[in-house]
Design a protein around this ligand. Sequence first.
Ligand SMILES: *Cc1c(COP(=O)(O)O)cnc(C)c1O
Length: 367
Amino acid sequence: MNIPYVNLAGQNRVVKKEILQAIGKVLESGQFILGKEVEAFERSFANLCGTEYALGVGTGTDALVLALRVLNIGPGDSVITVANSFISTASSIVLVGAKPVFVDVGEDYNINPRLIEKAINSRTKAILPVHLTGRPADMKSILEIAKKHKLTVIEDCAQAVGAEYREKCVGSFGTIGCFSLHPLKNLNACGDGGALTTNDRNLYRKLQILRNNGFSTRDNCAAWSDNSRLDTIQAALLLVKLNYLKKWTDRRRENAEFYQKHLSCLTQVKVPVERPYEKSVYHTFVIQAQDRDRLSNFLGRKGIGTKIHYPIPIHLQPAAKSLKQKSGSLLMTEKQAKMILSLPIYPELTTKQLSYIVNCIYDFYNQ
Ligand SMILES: *Cc1c(COP(=O)(O)O)cnc(C)c1O
């Protein structure tokens, strides 16, 4: 059996007809920049997240940079976040001139709220939690700490579209939520894309200007800024995919349940366990495995694709050298990096494929 880690072509086959139709309409309208499909997508996306406003932008990285910029976070400021994430969680902070301060994570791979207060000082402006693997961070604790210290909360929701915490969607807790619509995310464009969510009308208006070269009207530039808009063609096909998102998320959750049911009795493997007030969307299904590298190679030889998210924590990346955060300073993050392994979890997986993966994992530990 051959089970790739992702199967984007397989997913797109289901929606290809509808997508080609939607793209055809855009071609005929000739409105490729901020066309009406972008606005329609933004309305639907805000609705999905339970926020007043949503805004389409060029990438998830841009969403983070624009969020930090519109909140006036820059040189001299620091932002508390995590080191086990995709690089742009931290690079966005550096790109606006501020300093990322990394806090260790818990068993859920998300920021450990008990360690946040120790990291706060007079320069701290914001907390930037990541809902890693599609599982919501502990927003109740994070919001309480933020309120006490008058800090802004920016959520990195790139992996967690539709994830819920106490029956509210991620992206609706902080001042701004940042999403990626990259082909590998749960809701994905056929190319790059990103989105921002907020309930603050003033910030929304400013973000509209900042994503569009700073133009407040056609000819008046209010601020120096980037060009970072979601393409109309991408918005059109995202509108199609939005209709399938719930079904796809349900399938991911069923796949996760299958793994949990069949792998939890293996002592060599630790599977994620959802808390009752969480709804994870399982962007990734991350296990912690004894002999991780040998297991991953073994599965590879059996035709099963796996990945590591992420093998090198951000504070240990060459780019992070100037931050001077040493190896050994984030014990849990560094320990997890050596044991984590992401198994295929996409909606199109069949029960037969899932069983094969589980059986191969048993074979590895029984040999
Ligand atoms: C993918 C991702 C991003 C960046 O999104 P892009 O659209 O690739 O720029 C940021 N944060 C996290 C946690 C991600 O997974």
